[in-house]
Structures are given as structure tokens and as C-alpha cells.
Unconditional design. Structure first.
Length: 191
């Protein structure tokens, strides 16, 4: 019993300064529940869950609020956001938007040149220039395929501009685009 209590006290001694250290540490402590799915520091290995690091603050807040309010459906996110007020959601958004994006892959291979062209033609005008849209370069392709499927089946709303852009892409072109986006994690690689 002494060992358990002693371990807890030692843990509190080390944790207390971090809890009082200010906004970043406080936001990190709040985001601890997010780490299991979205990865440490908001960076997720490839898979069906998005990386959050470096997303725009406006987009993150809008998305978290939509999960909380039930206007955006997610497997666990609706329950995870229940009970959070706007101020806390804004702190989550600020924290994750401040984290650096890291590369999920290496340099964009020559095979992705067609995907790069398709991105420039159909996607970049919104996803690089509007604060309330997510970045998609470097995002997990499996996650993006799931989002596109949700949009196509009506589980997630799709803006008219995006519906028009996606409808112009055939199956193979969409795969080329997704391959380019997954490999294009650093702005320098995106040209």
C-alpha cells in the first residue's frame, strides 16, 4: 500500500508543474484522451484516423463543434465531444493547429505527378486558401477514402464545389490523387 501511495505522490510532484505551466501544457493535458486515436502530438500513422497536427484552427473548431452538436456523425467523436463548451473546443483547436505537421512519407515519387496535377486542378484552390477547409496534403489516404465514401453516401455533407471536383475524377484518377496527397506531407514536396 505504501508503495502505491508513494508512486502516486511522486507522479503528482512531476505532474503538478506541468499542469500549472500555462496554455500549451493545459491544452496537452486536455488532449490526452485524443492521443490513443490521433497519435501523440496529433500525428497519426497511416490508417483510417486523421492526423490533426497543423490543421487550421478554424477548421478544427468547426469540426469539433459539429461533432458535439451532432451535425457531423463520427464513430466515437460525437460521444467524445459531449459536454465540452465552446471555450474548451477552441483550446483543443488552438493546441492542435499549433503543432507542426510531420511527413508521413518520403519525397513525392514520379508516379504521383498525375496526382499532383489533379490536386492543382481540382483541390488546391479550397484546401490551400480557405481557413475553414482541412489540409489534405500528407493526410492518411485510407482516412480520406472513408471521408469521400461518407460524403458520397450522405453520412457527411459535401460542399457543392467539392462535389463538382470529385465527380470529375474517375476511379483511377481518384487513386492517383489520394496517393499523391499521402506522399505529399511537406509543403516543399508539394511545390
Amino acid at each position: 500500500m505504501r508503495m502505491v501511495i508513494g508512486s502516486l505522490l511522486i507522479g503528482l510532484v512531476f505532474a503538478a508543474p506541468n499542469l500549472q505551466a500555462g496554455d500549451r501544457s493545459e491544452s496537452f493535458m486536455l488532449s490526452n484522451g485524443c492521443i490513443n486515436c490521433h497519435g501523440f502530438e496529433g500525428q497519426r500513422a497511416p490508417g483510417a484516423i486523421p492526423s490533426l497536427a497543423g490543421q487550421s484552427e478554424a477548421y478544427l473548431y468547426k469540426t469539433l463543434a459539429a461533432y458535439r452538436d451532432g451535425t457531423l456523425k463520427g464513430t466515437i467523436m460525437n460521444r467524445a465531444m459531449e459536454g465540452y463548451d465552446d471555450q474548451t473546443l477552441r483550446r483543443f483547436a488552438k493546441y492542435y493547429s499549433s503543432l507542426p505537421r510531420k511527413s508521413l512519407g518520403s519525397a513525392v515519387p514520379k508516379a504521383h505527378e498525375q496526382g499532383e496535377r489533379l490536386y492543382a486542378q481540382h483541390c488546391s484552390s479550397c484546401h490551400e486558401k480557405q481557413a475553414d477547409t482541412p489540409y489534405v496534403t500528407g493526410q492518411n489516404s485510407q482516412y480520406m477514402q472513408g471521408v469521400l465514401k461518407d460524403m458520397a453516401t450522405g453520412h457527411r455533407t459535401m460542399p457543392e464545389e467539392m462535389a463538382s471536383a470529385i465527380s470529375a475524377l474517375k476511379g483511377e484518377e481518384l487513386q492517383q490523387l489520394l496517393g499523391y496527397l499521402q506522399g505529399c506531407a511537406q509543403k516543399a514536396l508539394c511545390r
